[in-house]
Write a protein that binds this ligand. Structure first.
Ligand SMILES: [Fe+2]
Ligand SMILES: [Fe+2]
Length: 166
């Protein structure tokens, strides 16, 4: 078996998050359509735009390491997104839907934060400052998204979820 090093791990993990981002890009419009609060809808739409840019950043990182941009199935994101679909179905037309959608979206953000945090560290120790900067830019967007979802939940969504619709 070929020797595996931190470079191997970096490449594999890059493929994992590349797969995940493209799945997330497809899931966000569905979440935006499902959201009841206009602010939450807007937050999902904004993050969809950001996700397009994040995918481009990943493609640039693939270029830096001289590998084709190719994803690798990420079971974790498939599971997290499947749970989000369950919320959309099980809480359809209920007061708690938006609070559930925020929780699902934050699970996605936290998955991304762990991946980008690791990749950024590895890029740094591997001496790839440009890649580290690209990964850091996305890490900041994911953290900001997570925080604005918490703010939305605190400002209105959780309170609304406590009052039955009918
Ligand atoms: Fe992302
Ligand atoms: Fe994200």
């Amino acid at each position: 078996m070929a020797e595996k090093t931190l470079e191997t791990l970096f490449h594999d993990t890059l493929r994992d998050i590349y797969f995940a981002e493209r799945k997330i890009l497809k899931a966000l419009p569905k979440m935006a359509r499902g959201a009841q609060s206009p602010d939450l809808k807007a937050a999902f739409e904004k993050h969809k735009e950001q996700t397009e840019g994040q995918i481009e950043r990943l493609q640039r990182v693939f270029e830096i390491i001289g590998k084709p941009a190719r994803g690798k199935t990420c079971d974790a994101i498939e599971g997290i997104l499947a749970e989000g679909d369950e919320i959309l179905e099980d809480y359809k037309d209920t007061a708690a839907l938006d609070a559930g959608l925020i929780a699902s979206a934050q699970a996605v953000e936290h998955y991304e934060i762990t991946r980008y945090g690791t990749l950024k560290r590895w890029a740094t120790v591997l001496g790839m400052a440009d890649a580290a900067a690209l990964l850091d830019a996305t890490l900041t967007e994911e953290s900001d998204t997570d925080e604005s979802l918490t703010a939305l939940a605190d400002a209105s969504v959780n309170a609304k979820a406590m009052t039955p619709k009918k």
